[in-house]
Each structure stands twice: as structure tokens, then as C-alpha cells.
Ligand binder design. Sequence first.
Ligand code: FES
Length: 391
Amino acid sequence: MTEIEIDLHGIDEKDMSKYAHLKKEREKIIKDASGNPISTHFPLNEMAMKLHPRVQYVKVAEVIHENQDTKSFILVPDTEKGTKALAFFKAGQYISLEVPIENGVYHRPYSLSSSPKDALENKYKITIKKFPHGRVSNYFFDFVQVGDSFSISAPTGTFTYERLRDAQHIIAIVGGSGITPIMSMAEAICDGTLENVFMTILYGAKTEEDILFKERLNEIVSKTSKIKVEYVLSEEKNENYLHGFIRKDLIDQYVEEENSFFLCGPVPMYSYLNEVLKEYNIAKKYIRHGLFKSELDDINYEEYLLTVFTNNKKFTIPCYGNMTLLDAMEKNGVIALSKCHVGECGFCRSKIISGKVKTFVGSNRLKDKSYNYIHPCASYPESDIVLKLPK
Ligand code: FES
């Protein structure tokens, strides 16, 4: 143990008398003060509000038909509703979009596929692929037009490059529409927003038609040597592309001494790649996963009752074993806080008063479990449920 000597020499009670005049000075300052309220406007607070607005109102300025089942939407501020400028973001982040459809109000996370630089010109791009039972994705694909207005969250999410944590070389392994956050990173590397970063994209798609942003990716590759792209088609043999799935022998060709892996695609792709990446013996911090929703092994189609307490109101609605509690609430117009929809952001965290749920592995922190907190976006009912939403 090290002893620290403090020099108390010369300090005694009498010395305090040296400060007696301060009391009088203080009293004078208080007496002479104007009585106006103290300003609460600080440049730092204003900057924080610009970067993290609670809500942003946007309008669709352009719809781009990407392929047979995917469209991109250019969003700009809806100034009539009070949004003057869009918040800046980090490449790889997403926004949560609020969409009223029939009696429900749905929130869905969509990755920004444009460069963060575009946000400075008040433009976001999101890219939405329609899925067979995707209520919001189908609605967007079939009905949303130029001029439609929505509210969205501030950009959020941790699927981003961090200089202090990540290696200089990124290996992005993506499947299908999982390219969207990686596209934003590619744009950011190309325009210099992300400096001194190199990226190899291994992009798996079913057919050539399913490759999103192919022309733009090829253009970026021709502009900068910092980005390489390999396309792998699983359902089409085409001499211009590799055929099959993204396997270890392909990854081996691009692995450098230090790499950060950014994975984004369907759940089976993650299961395979998580096993493959173990063989490289790399620290966990170098492996990042995009948002994904785990699927349950055994689906139960039972009907249950979900009782929700929120803002001094009580709702009782039907809920099925194959739908999350959040999906049931959204479908029935019960407004619940949410952002990521996959048990990651913690925004929907609610207290379960009674009942039994099945949750995705990893979506429930241990402490939450012991205090009966769950994430309704990642919880399926196994009985009638009573739930209390956060204020
Ligand atoms: S919405 Fe993010 S954890 Fe539920």
C-alpha cells in the first residue's frame, strides 16, 4: 500500500476568516440579480436535440424501383409538420418508421442505405423488400407514393464502424436485402465520411435480378480501391458471378491480419457464419450482426388474451402463439414504445404481471428476468398475459 502524505501545514480554523468577505459579495450578487429566469438554452443542448430528435416528420420525395420486390424511398423533412432538417447518422444505423394501417399503428426498423453525407442535404434513403406476410413492407411496396408523410425516430443502432474498436479492414458478409446498411458504409467510405477504412463485400443473392444496388456498387468499386465486391448467386448459374453460398474458402481469400466482420442477412446465414468465424479465433468485438429476428423452432397457433395497462388505460386484445406481444398490440392499435423490433434496443421493455412467454435467446437480460421484465417485440405468449407498458 502506498501512503500519501497531505501537507496540512498552515491550514487551521483561523484561515477560514480570510473567506468571510465572500458571504457579503454573494449576498450583493443575489440582491443585484435581475430576477429573470436563468437561460435553459445552451448550444450543446441544441446540438443534442438536432442529433437525437424524439421524432422527425418526413415526406417521400422519390420512389425508386430497385427490382421485382424491392423499392427505395427518398425521405426529406416534412417542414409543414415542423421538421426543418434531418438528423445526422452513422453509416449502418436504422430509423424506426411509424405506419398507420387500417386500425393498427406499426413501427418497423429500416436501415438507411444512403451516405450520412446525404443527411446534411436533408435526404435519407431507405430500401424496403416486400415479404409474403410483411404487413408494413407490402403496404410500402404497393401503396406508398411521392408526397406521403410519416413520422420516424432519430437514427439509432450499433451496427456501425467504430475506429477505436474495429480493424481497418471490414469483411461485410451479406445476404439479400441485408446489403442496405453495408451500402451506406460503402457510400461513406467512397465519399470520405469514413476515412482510412477498407471493405470487402461478399454479397449472396438468389439470382442476378436479386442483387440490389449492383450498378452503384460497381461504380464505387471503379472509383475507389478501398472497396471490393464479390457476388455469389445461389439459384442461378451465370459465368459473371460465383455460384453457391458464401463459404469459408471464399472468406479465406480476403481475410487479412486484422478484420472486423459485419454480417447482415437471413437467420440461417448467421447460424452458419457464426460457426465458421469461430475457426478464425477472433475476439467477439470484431464480429457485428445487423438486426435480425430469430425464429421460434416450434410454432404454436393457440389464441390467448393479452391485457395491457398503459397510461391509466386497460386494453384486452387477442394474441396468438405465433405472433409477438408487440405485433398483437400494433395490430389492435395499442400504442407501445418500440424501435428495433428484435429485442435489441430495450425500448419496449415492459413488466409482465402474469402469464408465460417464450422469448428469443439473448433478448432478455438476466436481471430483467428476475424482476419480471420482458421485451414484447421478442416475446411470444404461451398463456393469457397481463402486461404493464413503460410510461
Ligand atoms: S423494440 Fe427494441 S427491444 Fe423491443
